[in-house]
Design a protein around this ligand. Structure first.
Ligand code: SF4
Ligand code: SF4
Length: 429
């Protein structure tokens, strides 16, 4: 029997979550964490790869642990939590990032993480304090009670773009849950504790020097809990354990934000499971492409999930037209080009974000028939996206030409842009 979503989440949520969470969990076998799919194992690759550091994997991230999960770790008597608990207690004793709502990253680290996308997975200086490198697989020392980002991050998705959207929707829902529970727990344990309001993007001398906050500031936040923070976190955990499913539904799931995010989550799950295709599909004009010999390496919806397509296939899917249904497109390719695309291949290319639904027409432009205006806008947007993806510079005069071009010309330019290296190769006849 397949495990449920509920069983894959930290145990604190088990008694609280809606019946939706009893559905089968989504498994991501392509994210092979023990033998990290993003690290260099000598695997073949058509282009040079920026592998993750095997000493960090994707854990170049400092989690923000809500108070009740901090309490869950501290209260967990199991031997596998001992190391995580020891590390967490050391952070709490240091008083850096220790507040009534969370045990969070140092503010200096938050600033660094604001611009670290290029070194994600590689910078050892950003390694999570709970990452345990003492075993060859590199594991998380607080896994059972991990927070929302760590619960929902994957580098690769079996269901492709729809998988990515599902995990993003789960993250959005859990962010809402974490916030609501942490704030209510802190308030219920002691309504006089104060969450520090520090100006984002600024650092105090203490932040800069990796020191605890000034004793007077810390005391003004924590009051009588100074030195008893662990007891506070344990009480927050106990409080959440006592929340009834009815109260949780009323105060979390049925709030405006909670209802919207739960609805969106269920919709994304069902879409992922349904595997139904849109009525019409075209090649994604927003993919990044690298042409290498007879392969095209594409990056569609996720920067860590690039893959190589045969150039012939890449060009064939470029023949799909936005104004035809998928059925009509496939029949035309078979009739005119003698090419048959198997349904499984179409499904795979759609999941991978190589094929996407054409943009829906927007409102009418003055003086131009609505469908014509929408079509021109869509074609200009597609051309712009291909040009951007290929890193081609566009001068002002060419921008004017693009703004004036009709549908046929834009279509020709889109095709040329897919293989061009300069704007001249696109627009000069
Ligand atoms: S999710 Fe992280 S640890 Fe797992 S395979 Fe991907 S990068 Fe590696
Ligand atoms: S808490 Fe665990 S999963 Fe999350 S970043 Fe740290 S080591 Fe990785």
């Amino acid at each position: 029997m397949v495990d449920s979503i509920r069983s894959s989440l930290p145990p604190i949520y088990s008694h609280l979550f809606d019946a939706f969470f009893d559905r089968p969990k989504i498994v991501e076998p392509r994210a092979t964490c023990e033998k990290c799919a993003m690290c260099d194992h000598g695997q073949a690759s058509p282009v040079a790869m920026e592998f993750f550091n095997s000493e960090t994997k994707c854990c170049t991230f400092w989690p923000i642990l809500p108070n009740y999960l901090v309490g869950a770790i501290l209260a967990d008597p199991s031997p596998e939590m001992a190391e995580g608990k020891r590390r967490l207690e050391a952070i709490i004793d240091k008083r850096v990032g220790v507040t009534a709502w969370h045990v969070t990253r140092p503010r200096k680290m938050s600033l660094l993480m604001g611009g670290y996308s290029e070194v994600f997975g590689r910078a050892k200086s950003l390694l999570c304090p709970f990452y345990d490198a003492s075993n060859p697989a590199g594991t998380c020392s607080i896994w059972r009670h991990r927070e929302v980002i760590c619960m929902t991050y994957y580098c690769k998705y079996e269901g492709g773009v729809r998988g990515y959207e599902y995990w993003t929707a789960l993250k959005d829902y859990l962010v809402h849950v974490q916030r609501a529970l942490a704030q209510n727990a802190a308030r219920s344990v002691d309504s006089n504790v104060v969450e520090p309001k520090l100006k984002p993007g600024t650092l105090t001398l203490e932040d800069m020097e990796d020191l605890p906050p000034k004793a007077s500031d810390y005391a003004s936040w924590w009051g009588p809990w100074v030195g008893r923070e662990k007891e506070f976190y344990l009480k927050c955990h106990e409080w959440v354990q006592r929340v009834s499913p009815k109260d949780f539904a009323k105060n979390v799931d049925q709030t405006k934000e909670g209802a919207a995010s739960l609805r969106a989550l269920i919709a994304k799950y069902e879409l992922l499971q349904s595997k139904t295709l849109p009525n019409s599909l075209i090649r994604n004009a927003r993919m990044k492409e690298v042409h290498v010999g007879d392969k095209v390496v594409v990056t569609s919806y996720h920067r860590f999930d690039s893959f190589a397509l045969d150039k012939d296939l890449f060009e064939v899917v470029g023949l799909l037209k936005a104004d035809q249904t998928l059925e009509e497109n496939l029949a035309r390719l078979k009739r005119d080009e003698g090419i048959e695309l198997a349904p499984e291949l179409i499904e795979y290319l759609f999941a991978a974000g190589v094929l996407v639904e054409p943009a829906k027409p927007k409102a009418a432009a003055d003086g131009v028939a609505p469908d014509v205006a929408a079509d021109l806008r869509a074609r200009r947007a597609a051309l712009g996206a291909v040009i951007d993806a290929r890193g081609i510079e566009v001068d002002e005069a060419t921008r004017g030409k693009i703004a004036e071009a009709d549908a046929a010309k834009l279509e020709t330019w889109i095709k040329r842009a897919a293989v061009a290296r300069s704007i001249d190769e696109v627009v000069n006849d």
